[in-house]
Design a protein around this ligand. Structure first.
Ligand code: SAH
Ligand code: SF4
Ligand code: F3S
Length: 469
């Protein structure tokens, strides 16, 4: 059998696309291999979001060229494919910088991989068409055996592309305009996943809560309505969705957090910054107070919800006072976790032409301070779990023999000791300890290994400080 090695960078959509490319290539007789060495086809699924992500691709390509040459010397023909957002943004430029690349294929063209690979036998090929075709309508469904190998949690793209045009962001250019998959197509995919043992689905999209797919009744359905449908699928016990934009959190979606038991109490809702001046310059189209009020409404619907966000420090023109507004917002909301980045100027985006770029050293300082606050709140959120009993979905082997690892409803990694459970079980776990990256607990019916201190006194959610919004 021919072998393909696929390496995905960037966001969850790239993970999903990587799997779909594996499905297409599986039909062409390729089996996946974990290392590039020995592969007949090496596919880099790339990310263009920050400059560093792009540099990584070229470094990686240099290594792959060496592998290709070494294999050629031994008589093995190796093809290198660059897919994903760098492919879309840089196209033929990639092959100029790294001639070992045989094929460049954008995120909306990868359903044509078989014919493109055929063409690439004769000459270098670039295909970066943005949607004309419905890519999803052309993708083969994964075989049940392949779904099982991928585990009991799955991503499902329901929406792709972005029309928001935040001033710093390349995504509208690399993924194209917003597109929502029809409800029936999404449901068929989820039913197939559930039939092969998937219990936990994350609906993904660059702007997933802007979902507006065609329903079976011919009308436009929003994300909340789609989630009600997903919650009806037997076997689907956990539903999440990401990434959302604050402007698209409508009442129905907020109500779904209250009404659907399968919708997990976790929401990634990026705010990017806490200063209204910066939010306006970023073209986010909402203020910090609008975001605060939105969080208030979401917490009213689902009081124990865990929130996370993305932040950019050093957006052009960000002053010390603007940055303090971000810190204030972080301390008020008390996010359970967050990602934070130094602003990276991206070619072709409006912000790359803005004056008043912030010096790198200032960005470093701000990032350090912000991450310290984010980490403080993350630890507080995790420590507030100690003593609580929560349902854990066991997903994989743990670090040590006799341990299994799973996720809490709040997306925390949890390790438990168990001789009697298996992957896929949902177990009630008493959290005994919060480590730096995982929680540790015992099954609710098991003897405590250590006496949890002050268990009864632990509040049900967050500490008082965490909740003071
Ligand atoms: N669609 C998602 C985010 C996609 S990119 C959303 O709207 O939230 C993921 C994160 O990368 C963004 O939330 C932002 O925080 C960060 N990011 C995007 N462009 C960036 C840039 N030019 N420099 C630094 N961080 C950036
Ligand atoms: Fe980028 Fe903004 Fe679209 Fe998110 S909403 S993908 S940050 S342009
Ligand atoms: Fe990166 Fe493209 Fe995702 S730029 S973050 S891989 S949409």
């Amino acid at each position: 059998m021919k072998k393909v090695h696929i390496k995905s960078f960037g966001c969850q959509m790239n993970v999903y696309d990587g799997q779909r490319m594996a499905d297409i290539l599986g039909e062409q007789g390729f089996e996946e291999t974990a290392t590039p060495e020995g592969a007949d086809l090496i596919l880099l699924n790339t990310c263009h979001i920050r400059d560093r992500a792009v540099q990584k691709v070229y470094t990686e390509l240099g290594k792959l060229r060496d592998i290709k040459n070494a294999q050629k010397a031994e008589g093995q023909d190796t093809r290198i494919v660059v897919a994903g957002c760098v492919a879309q943004a840089e196209g033929a430029e990639i092959q100029k910088r790294q001639p070992a690349v045989d094929l460049v294929v954008g995120p909306q063209a990868y359903h044509r991989l078989p014919e493109l690979l055929e063409q690439a036998r004769r000459a270098r090929v670039v295909d970066t068409d943005l949607p004309i075709d419905d890519k999803f309508g052309h993708l083969p469904a994964p075989r049940p055996q392949v779904i099982r190998q991928r585990g009991i949690s799955a991503f499902v793209t329901v929406q792709e592309g972005c029309d928001k045009f935040c001033a710093f962001c390349v995504v509208p250019y690399t993924r194209g305009a917003e597109f929502s998959r029809p409800v029936d197509q999404v449901m068929a995919e989820i039913e197939r996943l559930a039939g092969a043992g998937v219990q936990d689905v994350t609906l993904i999209g660059q702007n997933v809560n802007a979902y507006h797919g065609e329903g079976p009744d011919g009308r436009v359905w929003g994300l909340a309505r789609l989630m009600h449908r997903v919650a009806d699928v037997p076997g689907i016990n956990r539903i999440r969705y990401t990434t959302s934009h604050p402007r698209d959190m409508d009442d129905d979606l907020i109500a779904a957090h209250r009404d659907l038991a399968q919708v997990m109490p976790f929401l990634h809702l990026p705010v990017q910054a806490g200063s209204d001046r910066i939010l306006a310059a970023m073209n986010r189209k909402h203020t910090a107070d609008e975001y605060r009020r939105l969080i208030g409404r979401i917490r009213e619907a689902r009081p124990d919800i865990a929130l996370s966000s993305d932040f950019i420090v050093g957006f052009p023109g960000e002053s010390d006072a603007d940055f303090e507004d971000t810190i204030r917002l972080v301390d008020e909301i008390g996010f359970a976790s967050s990602y934070s980045f130094k602003y990276s100027s991206r070619p072709g985006t409006p912000a790359s032409d803005f004056g008043d770029q912030v010096p790198s050293a200032v960005m470093d300082e701000r990032l350090y301070r912000l991450q310290e606050r984010i980490e403080h709140h993350r630890q507080a959120f995790n420590h507030a779990m100690v003593g609580r009993t929560i349902e854990i979905l066991l997903e994989r082997a743990g670090r040590h023999p006799g341990q299994l690892a799973g996720k809490s409803p709040y997306l925390q990694a949890v390790q438990i000791e168990t001789q009697t459970n298996q992957i896929g079980d949902r177990v009630q776990v008493v959290i005994e300890r919060a480590g730096s990256n995982s929680l540790f607990g015992r099954k609710a019916d098991a003897e405590p290994a250590v006496q949890p201190s002050g268990a009864e006194a632990s509040p049900r959610q967050g500490s008082a400080k965490e909740m003071a919004a």
